[in-house]
Design a protein around this ligand. Structure first.
Ligand code: NAP
Ligand code: ZN
Length: 349
């Protein structure tokens, strides 16, 4: 089994450090991917810091993976060596339950296998994309269109699909007013995608510091959530609100911004519980919803949509040695708008 250079966190909250890991021997349906770029999702930080409960260490995070196929198993039909591919948050599912058959593998009845901090059906711990190679079943690789460079495509594998799915499900499009709370990795993709779908987009960020960026990304207007009066002035304004914030928010305040029948879709995953007053929902027959990434067919559809509309992520490419500092900067909200690790810089320990 080949050894490859990777970045690994030895224990909960410990800094990432270069190491070598073993990738599995290719199965018939596996592709080996030379990872070129790996995005840093806030979920990586939640898991490395064990904010979602007990995690598996040592951990190689990374579920925004873009690279090139370097080897294929004997039964692989979809990809050949040299193809540009991506891998997102899942690397296996049963393939037989109603959800898998519908291309909603994230809801697999047997439990989909997470790209890292998970266990395959063989019991082996999974390792993610902060690595120079990953081996996955071809069923969980998607094709990155030629129109997208690999670095700006990497974050689409999580931030892109996580925002595309609810925007499509809740009909973001012409004539619909969409607000995006939090202008980070997911938030900036939500703005770009909703604008490309034809919706009228408003960014709700803590301050106006990123206003110019938000408008350049496609938003029509921009509000500061720390300004209580400004927020109150937006009451009953939106058909759809996508909440991408990684920390707790006063939900009632934001539910009030929905028009009757509107929906607030939560994709942020802080660890604490919210409180919600029933009246905030009942009054306008509003919907409070959640959304979990998206299936493999939708991920391919999202990539094709982004290629067609010229949408990539806004990135800051970093070398492996800057990854721990980048984590702190993400938590501090100091990212415009996704850090992407150039995996060629991972020095073998
Ligand atoms: P991110 O880049 O850190 O963006 C989060 C944004 O939330 C920040 O840019 C900031 O926006 C705002 N924010 C941060 N702390 C805040 C606070 N204390 N109060 C108010 N606003 C705050 O994170 P991300 O990678 O986009 O991920 C966002 C969340 O989505 C994470 O919890 C992540 O785990 C989750 N996630 C969920 C899924 C899913 O399938 N549902 C998939 C991926 C990630 P402003 O500076 O503009 O205010
Ligand atoms: Zn993610």
């Amino acid at each position: 089994m080949p050894f490859v250079a990777a970045l690994s966190s030895p224990s909960a909250g410990a800094p990432l450090e270069p190491t070598t890991i073993e990738t599995r021997a290719l199965r018939d349906d596996d592709v080996c991917i030379d990872v070129k770029f790996a995005g840093i999702c806030h979920s990586d930080i939640h898991q490395v810091r064990e904010e979602w409960g007990s995690a598996i260490f040592p951990m190689v995070p990374g579920h925004e993976i873009a690279g090139v196929v370097s080897e294929v198993g004997s039964g692989v039909t979809r990809y050949k060596v040299g193809d540009r591919v991506g891998v997102g948050c899942m690397v296996d599912s049963c393939g037989e339950c109603e959800f898998c058959k519908d291309g909603e593998e994230q809801f697999c009845a047997k439990g989909s296998v997470a790209t890292y901090n998970g266990r395959g059906y063989d019991g082996e711990e999974t390792k993610g994309g902060y690595s120079q190679q990953v081996v996955v079943s071809e069923r969980f690789a998607v094709r990155i269109p030629e129109a997208l460079e690999l670095d700006v495509a990497a974050p689409l594998l999580c931030a892109g699909i996580t925002t595309y799915t609810p925007l499509k499900r809740w009909d973001a499009g012409p004539g619909r007013k969409v607000a995006v709370i939090g202008l980070g990795g997911l938030g900036h993709m939500a703005v770009k995608i909703a604008a490309a779908m034809g919706a009228e987009v408003t960014v709700l960020s803590r301050t106006l510091a990123k206003k110019e960026d938000g408008l350049a990304l496609g938003a029509r207007s921009y509000g500061a959530t720390e300004d209580a009066d400004a927020l109150a002035g937006l009451a009953k304004s939106f058909d759809v609100i996508i909440n991408t914030v990684s920390a707790n928010l006063p939900m009632d305040t934001y539910l009030r911004l929905l028009r009757p029948l509107g929906v607030l879709v939560n994709v942020g995953l802080p660890s604490d519980a919210w409180t919600v007053s029933p009246g905030s929902l009942v009054g306008g027959s509003r919907v409070l919803a959640g959304s979990n990434i998206g299936g493999i067919p939708a991920t391919q559809e999202m990539l094709d949509f982004c290629a067609q509309h010229g949408i990539g992520s806004e990135i800051e490419t970093i070398s492996a040695e800057a990854v721990n500092e980048a984590y702190d900067r993400v938590v501090a909200g100091d990212v415009r708008y996704r850090f992407v690790i150039d995996t060629a810089t991972i020095a073998v320990a």
